[in-house]
Design a protein around this ligand. Structure first.
Ligand code: PFF
Length: 449
């Protein structure tokens, strides 16, 4: 593609990729999964999954994207013309699309919470322990408010996507990511000052292995894929905008490290709060972050309400912005696919993706309230859109990517990409190939079966 742009700088590459990885998956989904899967033992398995499964697959995606400089579907087609491997390219686009539809719903919640912080609606120091739970439940079951905020969010994603790779995605990520990391660090310190913090810490640091099962491990793998934006063409598409001198190995390690640190810090912020809020349990599900954090902001700063106000506003604003950088990375593979494969203008391609996501997103949002009785396999549509990619499509995609990179691709091609044609050293290359060939596909398949 003659008009294809790349990211302009090394920092831009890391921050845009970290911007994709760090999002609701870290701050909203990770604590929810930890809470539903029993705490510290899940965290340990999750860390292993990031190192042994996540990083190698991210490298595999980087190799595929950077080598072809094409959207995911074209990338697989170029590397394996006429072979069934190319299904993964198209499947990645599909998974990105499914996630996009429900991601915008939760992102809309964050936008609403930023707005509620601004108006002061989240400042409550009274005695009603269920105030914040009721606040959240009333909001998500409201007939149109969450829909409105989800749509507003999608309009913003659309605006950035049509601006393109450098002026939109890169410029935006460079400002947002450092701000997000700073505010998370400050909040961690605040959370440690809460009365329930030691119990929260014990919950995160003392593993109870009797709580582990194959399902827990599958959930940890799904969470690692989700959090690192793997197996849905996002990072593969971003890598197609990497320059030839980008150090893929360093980038993959930096992105995974930043992503994991943010997830752990989110845990360290949220669980002390959960154990400080009367009536809240770690296993309370998707509302956990929205019910526990406002409590920190109101109660940890009870003597200085202005600080509580500022932190609440900053936090939800930044959570919203983290969701935005991730949402654009989910939008991009589908837009690039329509633009490059179906020869639509970028503007038109983006518009199609936005419009269809919004329609499905609205249904997803309503499934938390008005359409709550509409169930598939006992799950609401919202839960299905979350579970289908994370528990089935991403792990299967992970197996395919690891087999494709480990067995099908020419070993020399993979090594050349990872070492920038001999300019860099990657002594762990044999370990990387071994993991891709044997460990990852077998482990994921076993756990799934
Ligand atoms: N990794 C993002 C997060 O943790 O919020 C979510 C995400 C981005 C999922 C991109 C999938 C994706 F393709």
């Amino acid at each position: 593609m003659a008009d294809r742009k790349n990211f302009g700088s090394k920092l831009g590459v890391v921050l845009a990729s970290a911007g994709s990885a760090v999002g609701l998956g870290n701050i909203w989904r990770f604590p929810t999964e930890v809470g539903e899967n029993g705490g510290a033992a899940f965290v340990l398995v999750y860390l292993l999954c990031v190192i042994l499964v996540g990083v190698p697959i991210m490298l595999g995606e980087f190799v595929i994207g950077r080598h072809t400089h094409a959207n995911t579907a074209t990338a697989y087609q170029q590397l394996a013309p006429g072979k069934w491997w190319r299904v993964q390219g198209t499947m990645g686009v599909l998974v990105a699309f499914i996630i996009s539809c429900y991601y915008m719903v939760v992102a809309g919640w964050t936008l609403y919470y930023a707005y509620a912080s601004l108006t002061g609606a989240l400042q409550y120091q009274g005695d009603d322990a269920t105030y914040f739970s009721d606040f959240f439940d009333n909001f998500v079951t409201h007939p149109w408010l969450p829909v409105l905020f989800a749509m507003l969010f999608m309009v913003m994603v659309h605006g950035i996507i049509v601006k393109g790779v450098q002026d939109g995605i890169e410029r935006f990520s460079k400002v947002m990511m450092p701000m997000l990391l700073l505010i998370i660090a400050v909040l961690t310190v605040c959370a440690f000052s809460l009365p329930g913090s030691s119990e929260g810490l014990r919950y995160l640091l003392h593993p109870d292995f009797s709580k582990l099962s194959a399902q827990t491990v599958l959930n940890a793998i799904g969470q690692a894929f989700y959090s690192l934006s793997l197996a849905m063409g996002c990072l593969c598409t971003y890598a197609s905008y990497f320059r030839d001198d980008t150090n893929l190995v360093k980038t993959a390690f930096s992105v995974s490290l930043i992503d994991t640190m943010v997830a752990l810090l989110a845990g360290f912020i949220i669980f002390p709060a959960v154990f400080s809020v009367p009536g809240l349990e770690p296993g309370d599900g998707p509302g956990l972050v929205f019910k526990s954090l406002p409590y920190i902001f109101s109660h940890a700063f009870a003597s200085m309400p202005v600080m509580g106000y500022i932190f609440s506003l900053l936090f939800y604003l930044l959570l919203f912005l983290a969701a935005l950088t991730s949402a654009i990375s989910i939008h991009e593979p589908v837009t690039a696919y329509l633009h490059e494969v179906h020869q639509m203008s970028r503007r038109k391609a983006a518009l199609w993706v936005t419009m269809v996501s919004v329609v499905l997103g609205v249904v997803c949002s309503l499934s938390c309230g008005l359409l709550g009785d509409m169930k598939i396999l006992g799950m609401t549509l919202f839960d299905c859109f979350d579970a289908l990619p994370a528990k089935i499509l991403m792990p299967v995609g992970g197996i395919i990517i690891s087999l494709f990179t480990g067995w099908y691709l020419d070993r020399k091609l993979v090594e050349d990409e990872l070492t920038n044609y001999g300019k860099l050293r990657f002594p762990l290359f044999p370990v990387f190939i071994f993991l891709l060939r044997w460990v990852i596909p077998v482990a994921i398949a076993l756990v799934m079966v």
